[in-house]
Design a protein around this ligand. Structure first.
Ligand SMILES: Cc1cc2nc3c(=O)[nH]c(=O)nc-3n(C[C@H](O)[C@H](O)[C@H](O)COP(=O)(O)OP(=O)(O)OC[C@H]3O[C@@H](n4cnc5c(N)ncnc54)[C@H](O)[C@@H]3O)c2cc1C
Length: 394
């Protein structure tokens, strides 16, 4: 069998399109044959990404709104968070998909196919006894109609089956429903967003609201939970209605747009690759287990992949020391939540109360220094977190 493409991008969502966009702007890839596969034509505004960064990245021109100030609320501690040098940004899914498609359409070396992938072609059979890649190895995808397509590398963000954690791993779901509302009168300060408002019932587990104003009378409001089970749709609606009426005191509004999501928050160990099939996005473990944020981790991983491809380096290695440290902290937090040793709203309140918000954001990005980590760890009760940390470490 021969390769038909240099690269196949299987799944053109956040990770697939981020990788593609990085290929589009880099002359190194202009002569490479690239096939992009997705079962969907990506014409829906199916999600809104928020993330923080200190300098503009590839998608700056499609940032829909941004905030330099964030508020944090809970029954234990509330404050305006000073996030400088970070800026909190919002990108709408449809803007992102259209932007990448438009940019890629000028590249004759990129081919798009709307197709459902059944499985990745097992490249393990090409591995030699030491599990090392051989030079002649190729990767592939099998489509649902049976067609098999080969490439030098396949970058897949497709979750072929639900993520299952092992018995000794923690598995929470970050699930949410968001309403973009338009209030009858001006009621928002669009220069600041509510990062987390925990002043909602905590009976189900860690539960909070995001309020993301994009003008004086429009905002995306998201009811978000970190729990092991999803709620019925009516429960999300009831919580949103109650919060908008009672906390935001908005009585007249229309719902412009709705979105729902479920993001894994798991200590499951994801593989980065199998042979020349490289896993990216959530399928590659890029959702932060303690926060569910994935957008920036996907940008980091796709940047790293581009560099590795260009330098002919091993693409399977992607984990930095900081990532390993971050995974340990995530496991400790999920341990504490899973064993119900301290409620999530109290944990986040203690962290934001005891630390500069910008340090907390760096910590959540796996980019904080050891000194900052120690400070953050000392802001939560050591009697609870130290035994959890020792357990996870061992
Ligand atoms: C509603 C929502 C809001 C989110 N908000 C944020 C946020 O604010 N900040 C943040 O950091 N993270 C957020 N996330 C988490 C994360 O950033 C997103 O889930 C992100 O889209 C993950 O990227 P991905 O490429 O792994 O998956 P996706 O973007 O879901 O891409 C996977 C692609 O694979 C395609 N596909 C699936 N199966 C097949 C198949 N068999 N054959 C062919 N194609 C297939 C899908 O159509 C899809 O296009 C959010 C997630 C959701 C669901």
């Amino acid at each position: 069998m021969n390769k038909q493409y240099d690269y196949i991008i299987a799944g053109a969502g956040c990770a697939g399109m981020s990788l593609l966009m990085r290929m589009v702007i880099d002359p190194f890839f202009a002569s490479k044959k690239i096939l992009v596969l997705d079962a969907d034509d990506k014409q829906q505004n199916d999600r809104t990404w928020c993330f923080w960064e200190t300098k503009p990245d590839l998608f700056e021109s499609i940032v829909h709104h941004q905030w330099t100030k964030l508020d944090f609320y809970s029954n234990h501690y509330s404050s305006e968070l000073s996030i400088d040098p970070y800026i909190y940004k919002m990108i709408r899914g449809l803007d992102f998909y259209n932007y990448v498609k438009t940019n890629a359409s000028a590249s004759p070396n990129i081919e798009w196919r709307k197709a459902s992938v059944k499985k990745l072609v097992e490249s393990s059979k090409f591995l030699d006894h030491s599990n090392k890649l051989r030079n002649n190895e190729i990767a592939g995808v099998e489509l649902v109609d049976g067609e098999i397509i080969y490439a030098e590398y396949v970058f897949s963000s497709i979750l072929f089956e639900p993520i299952k954690a092992a018995a000794d791993e923690y598995h929470f779901l970050q699930h949410f429903k968001g309403w973009e509302i338009k209030a009858a009168t001006d009621c928002f300060d669009s220069s600041k967003a509510v990062f987390m408002d925990f002043r909602v019932g905590q009976e189900q587990g860690t539960t909070f609201m995001y309020v993301l104003p994009t003008s004086a009378n429009t905002a995306l409001i998201e009811y978000t939970l970190f729990t092991e089970k999803l709620l019925a749709d009516d429960d999300y609606n009831a919580a949103l209605k109650k919060y908008i009426a009672e906390q935001l005191q908005i009585n007249y509004y229309e719902i412009l747009h709705e979105e729902k999501g479920v993001i894994p928050m798991t200590t499951k160990k994801f593989s980065y690759a199998k042979g020349r099939n490289i896993f990216i996005g959530i399928a590659g473990g890029q959702a932060k287990a303690s926060s569910g944020y994935a957008f920036k981790f996907i940008q980091k991983r796709t940047t790293q992949l581009i560099e590795a491809i260009k330098k002919g380096k091993d693409l399977t290695y992607g984990k930095t020391m900081n990532d390993s440290k971050g995974h340990l902290y995530d496991a400790v937090l999920l341990h504490v939540l899973h064993h119900r040793k301290m409620p999530g709203d109290e944990i986040f309140a203690a962290i934001f109360k005891g630390n500069k918000a910008s340090n907390v954001l760096a910590f959540l990005d796996n980019e904080s220094s050891i000194l900052t980590d120690l400070k953050i760890m000392s802001s939560v009760p050591t009697g609870i977190f130290l035994p959890a940390a020792l357990k996870e470490l061992l």
